[in-house]
Design a protein around this ligand. Structure first.
Ligand code: FAD
Length: 359
């Protein structure tokens, strides 16, 4: 047990946890960031080799410090993001403790108790920023199948060289599915399968425009106007250069979703089949929230309902990152700064009222 209670424990040291740390530090709060990772960078450490951001560096920055451009690349690669996040946490001397996987957050009188195998921390407030990478989602079709080949999820995919010459089915019409299909198109016998026809954003639209949409949305919500909606109406897939090249070469022809797996591949309802050595499920993620279960908070569609970032039913808990439900674009580098500031400010306000004399 770490004896003296802290103001705040941040759980998760990816970009969302760092943005929270930046604002907590500015507000002079006493905090630690507990991170299960072995090193800095959050999910970006585990991305596949060719993953590039869908926005230029200047549009991929956390509060306080612009991401420097990556020489020779308009859209920085994942390793560049890891280097930026490494520098960020050092520059702001953020109190990261690694590796610490938080197993449970519990009520402890006026405090919250944060438990891990390696220690226990007590805090007046908690920010949970554990992301989604740790909870890959697989549809029911992937389970209990007789398929004898290899099944991977986005989180398992690293490089086309691992699959050269194989028959590969990539499932998913989002950015991950499109990018991995493009990565594999030239060197494998590829079948790309999407639930609905792939919707490419116009070629001149990248993450900058998506962020602009999120900004308009936030402004409308702040002013109590009707939610104008997110970016869904624009399309799903940012046509980053490798995706655009594969699409324009005619290599990204999507087939509709198959209805079942066979021993040796996949089968559609009309009786057609495709043989496969490997199926890659690019079917998304769910928020990694199991450590919050002991708090007994209500769940809606796998989320903990929030007002802004604050958990409904537990004002000492804030959720950051994860998806638009914790703030427009809060699961992006540039978008997480604002909700991080809101969470830190709300906690400072709460502690200002409740804290009383400090230890
Ligand atoms: P993460 O980066 O996942 O960090 C969470 C951290 O919490 C990890 O270090 C993890 O180890 C730790 N953790 C988890 N559980 C626990 C626990 N119980 N106890 C302690 N620590 C824990 N965003 C952009 O801005 N631009 C892009 O171009 C872009 N492209 C993307 C492409 C892909 C394919 C994907 C999947 C995402 C992309 N994103 C992009 C979205 C977004 O930036 C990432 O999802 C981002 O990693 C989310 O950051 P995070 O800090 O919320 O979570």
């Amino acid at each position: 047990m770490n004896d003296a209670p802290l103001d705040v424990v941040v759980i998760g040291g990816g970009q969302a946890g760092l943005a929270a740390g930046y604002h907590l530090r500015r507000l002079g709060l006493d905090f630690v960031v507990l991170d299960a990772g072995s090193g800095p960078g959050g999910a970006w450490q585990h991305a596949w080799d060719s993953l590039h951001l869908f926005s230029p560096a200047a549009y991929s920055s956390l509060p306080g410090r612009l991401m420097p451009p990556q020489p020779g690349e308009t859209y920085p690669g994942a390793r560049h993001v890891v280097a930026y996040l490494t520098d960020y946490e050092q520059r702001y001397e953020l109190p990261l403790i690694r590796p610490v996987r938080v197993e449970a957050v519990r009520h402890d009188g006026e405090l919250l108790r944060v438990e891990a195998a390696t220690g226990t921390w007590r805090a007046r407030a908690v920010i949970s920023a554990t992301g989604t990478w740790g909870r890959p989602f697989l549809p029911a079709l992937a389970n209990g199948a007789e398929f004898r080949g290899q099944q991977l999820h986005t989180v398992d995919y690293r490089s086309p060289s691992d699959l050269t010459g194989r028959r590969v089915v990539v499932v998913g019409g989002g950015n991950s599915g499109a990018q991995i299909a493009a990565d594999l198109a030239a060197t494998t016998d590829l079948t790309w399968v999407t639930q609905r026809p792939p919707r490419f954003l116009p070629d001149d639209i990248d993450g900058r425009a998506l962020f602009d949409v999120a900004t308009v949305r936030r402004r409308a919500l702040d002013e109590g106007r009707t939610d104008p909606g997110g970016v869904g109406s624009l399309g799903d897939i940012v046509a980053v250069p490798p995706v655009r090249a594969a699409r324009d070469a005619g290599l990204l022809q999507a087939r509709p979703m198959f209805s079942r797996l066979t021993r040796t591949g996949v089968a559609w309802a009309d009786g057609t089949t495709a043989e496969a050595d490997t199926i890659i499920w690019c079917t998304g993620f769910r928020p990694a929230l199991s450590h919050l279960a002991p708090l007994g908070l209500r769940r809606t569609r796998g989320h903990i309902p929030t007002t802004g970032t604050q958990a409904q039913g537990e004002p000492r808990l804030h959720l950051l990152g994860y998806g638009d439900w914790t703030g427009p674009a809060s699961a992006t580098l540039i978008g997480v700064g604002r909700p991080a500031r809101d969470a830190a400010t709300a906690i400072a306000g709460l502690l200002g009222q409740d804290r009383g004399p400090r230890r």
